[in-house]
Design a protein around this ligand. Structure first.
Ligand code: BGC
Length: 383
């Protein structure tokens, strides 16, 4: 019989406490440790937003992998992975809540909802009813609007699974929020598994029909040094087609073959190899090939210098590969180093952008009584 010894320790005086813009002065941390396996979930106070407590949770797996996640925006602020050059944080982010409360932070590490990516002109029609959403990207709606799921405080519960430490986040997106219909109850569960995967499981239910498209917006840089760009990283995407876009990055509706184009990542290619041939850089949705198992390997990202590699598995039909084209050095990390163009890249598992206006795309509409359920896993590998 598996014997678990769970020890909860309250360490009030030793806690690190970074106050956010509206931060408070309370300090405190709490650790749940499985002493038999060495995994733990530690909670520190990080500040307050909208009068709600914001925490930073540190998940440590039995193999020593570490993810720091906040209940503000469901942010992954750090993901430490061993490489040939030691252990390094492979995601862009900040050490303090204040960093994330700056203007125009481009969704570093955030949970995205109610709808990941763009809905053209913030408009769509559902059963003859016209909806107008908040518009926040030129004339379009992006990543849930002005105050998407990346800017709200989620209710957080550490998951005390001995082998797989986790964090469960819950948020009720109210009827009318950002223009969407229906009270949407969302649960996102992050797990750092014993197999060195960061798993993200998304669940939602609604009381009125609504589009839902949840994703995770971490910017990866496998070198662990954001002053180096990601153009030398090698990428594979298991997709024979992608969705071409117009000037506003809205899919035209066509599913185009990648063969013979710079969008062909069916075999490994360095990101920098053909990026100059893609106007503005990569910021497109790939139509992921199907497999017998709906949870299949869809992409691989590798940095040969450090030996770090990520495999992305998902149940989703699409993947937005965004090569950090709009990063321009305005924001800097907590170490003062600027996040320049291509300092990180996103691999956002998703349904296709603008699906509510493209009847030929797989539907994103969640009906009352139905259950939204998707899973994405990032397997962290050192070669
Ligand atoms: C989009 C980009 C956008 C970025 C946010 C990505 O998911 O595809 O166009 O600029 O998110 O900063």
């Amino acid at each position: 019989m598996k014997t678990l010894i769970l020890i909860s320790i309250m360490i009030l005086s030793l806690a690190a406490c970074n106050n956010g813009g509206s931060g408070n002065n309370k300090s405190g941390s709490e650790t749940t440790t499985d002493s038999t396996k060495g995994s733990s979930v530690r909670r520190e106070t990080w500040g307050t937003v909208d009068g709600k407590e914001v925490y930073l949770f540190t998940l440590t797996s039995q193999n020593g992998f570490e993810a720091k996640i906040s209940n503000y925006g469901g942010l992954i602020t750090s993901l430490k992975v061993p490489g040939r050059d030691g252990t390094a944080n492979i995601v862009l982010g900040f050490d303090s809540l204040k960093g994330y409360l700056q203007k125009d932070v481009p969704y570093f590490g955030a949970l995205i909802g109610r709808y990941g990516n763009r809905i053209a002109k913030g408009r769509f029609t559902l059963r003859d009813e016209a909806f107008t959403l908040a518009v926040n990207n030129g004339e379009n709606h992006l990543h849930g609007g002005l105050k998407g799921f990346d800017k709200v405080v989620w209710d957080a519960t550490p998951v005390e699974d001995a082998s797989n430490p986790g964090l469960e986040l819950k948020y009720l997106s109210k009827d009318g929020e950002e223009g969407y219909a229906g009270n949407l109850n969302v649960t996102v569960r992050y797990t750092l598994t014993a197999q060195n995967e960061l798993q993200v499981e998304y669940d939602a239910t609604t009381d009125k029909a609504t589009p839902v498209n949840l994703t995770q917006h971490s910017y990866f840089n496998l070198t662990g040094d954001p002053s180096k760009d990601i153009l030398e990283h090698t990428l594979t995407i298991n997709a024979d087609k992608y969705t071409p876009v117009d000037k506003g990055l809205i899919p035209t509706g066509e599913l185009k073959d990648v063969k013979g184009t710079p969008f062909d990542f069916t075999t490994p290619h360095k990101i920098g190899e053909r990026i100059a041939k893609v106007e503005g850089g990569y910021d497109h949705n790939w139509v992921l090939n199907k497999a017998t198992d709906p949870m299949r390997l869809v992409a691989t990202l590798a940095d040969s210098a450090s030996g770090r590699k990520i495999e992305v598995y998902t149940t989703e039909p699409g993947l937005q590969f965004y090569s950090g084209n709009f990063l321009d050095g305005t924001l800097a990390g907590s170490d003062g180093k600027p996040f320049n163009k291509h300092a990180g890249l996103c691999l956002e598992t998703q349904h296709f952008p603008n699906s509510p206006n493209q009847p030929s795309f797989p539907s994103t509409v969640l009906q009352p009584g139905d259950k939204y359920h998707t899973i994405t896993k990032y397997k962290l590998i050192t070669q």
